[in-house]
Design a binder for this molecule. Structure first.
Ligand code: 13P
Length: 334
């Protein structure tokens, strides 16, 4: 008979092994988990009617790309895609597992208002019923999860209240996932919108990650069984002093080293609206600088935008879309 203590020890070990696999060998994570609303807008942007079937077809194009697992360890899906099937009848999680990649799922339900805060700041929602949903996702084949907190940078932003509330939600989400058998990918994103300098992004990211590290510790989250998905430290999109890869790398690694525990499984950066070329150059410089943890990517737009543009809903252009995805993966997972 297995005791509770033995069960939880083996779960911890399994989560640590999965977390390590997600960031190993220079490979990284593909974020294809846009909500149905966001995905529909992106489809409309390339002239494709935003139906459930078209969202499914597009995700099938992505996950069936030949050789994808050479650069990708896991794919984050939305709740909708996790429940869909490929044309050959296999559920998406099974198809990913067959191809040697971990199936992941976005478990937050988007942003809502921050109680007591101004309207420009948000609190990510989704803790209600999360333990039950995690149990279902495990049955559906997921091995990891994602939750994204969104933080604005500006005058007095992010506010201490937004930092605390979002860090607390991220930590509670991470603990529920680990208790239920999923590796949490923990994403506190400082948005790149605005004209801020790199130093301002560094200061805000440092405050955010320090608050998060404390919340994770207080919630009893095992750092070796999770992946951190932060923004890179960059100048704002509208800044008159854009920063190059070396500056980005120095600031990013310094902030991470100052705030994150040494036994974290790894760091997988979001692309945050950077072009794929810029995101790849920044990631390469970050890796050159190095850290005590594996440093890799968990990119959405930087990997999939060229594929969506190449495909544009044309069945005859599935191969072109897949070639575009492969090119982008090759840039960041050489
Ligand atoms: P981007 O790389 O496009 O920022 O997306 C990553 C992601 O998963 C956002 O939640």
């Amino acid at each position: 008979m297995t005791t509770t203590a033995e069960t939880s020890t083996s779960t911890t070990e399994r989560l640590r092994a999965t977390a390590a696999e997600l960031v190993a060998g220079g490979r990284g994570i593909l974020a294809a988990d846009e909500s149905p609303g966001t995905m529909s807008r992106r489809l409309e942007g390339v002239g494709v009617e935003p139906t459930e079937e078209h969202r499914r077809t597009y995700r099938e194009l992505l996950v069936t790309t030949e050789g994808l697992a050479d650069g990708i360890t896991g794919v984050i899906l939305s709740d909708e895609t996790l429940r869909q099937h490929l044309a050959d009848g296999r559920p998406f999680p099974a198809a990913l597992a067959d191809a040697g990649m971990h199936p992941g799922v976005k478990v937050d339900t988007g942003t809502g208002t921050l109680d007591g805060g101004d309207e420009d700041e948000t609190l990510t929602q989704g803790l209600d019923g999360l333990a039950e949903r995690v149990a279902e996702y495990v049955v559906l084949g997921a091995t990891f999860a994602k939750w994204r907190a969104v933080l604005h940078l500006g005058a007095g932003r992010p506010s201490p209240r937004a930092l605390e509330a979002n860090a607390d939600a991220l930590a509670r989400y991470a603990r529920v996932c680990q208790d239920g058998g999923l590796v949490p990918v923990v994403e506190p994103e400082i948005l790149a919108a605005g004209g801020h300098r790199l130093e301002q992004c560094a200061a805000a990211t440092a405050r955010s990650l320090a608050t998060l590290a404390r919340a994770l510790r207080d919630a009893g989250v095992d750092p070796a069984g999770m992946v951190l998905k932060p923004n890179m430290v960059t100048a704002g999109e509208g800044s008159r002093q854009p920063a190059g890869p070396d500056e980005v790398a120095r600031a990013t690694v310094d902030v991470l080293r100052a705030t994150m525990p040494l036994d974290l499984a790894g760091v997988a950066f979001l692309s945050g609206g950077q072009s794929s070329a810029v995101a790849a150059a920044n990631l390469a410089a970050i890796r050159d600088r190095g850290g005590p943890w594996p440093l890799t990517f968990s990119f959405g737009r930087a990997l999939v935008s060229p594929a969506l543009d190449a495909w544009r809903g044309d069945p005859a252009r599935v191969g072109a879309g897949q070639a575009a995805l492969r090119d982008e993966v090759d840039r960041v997972a050489p």
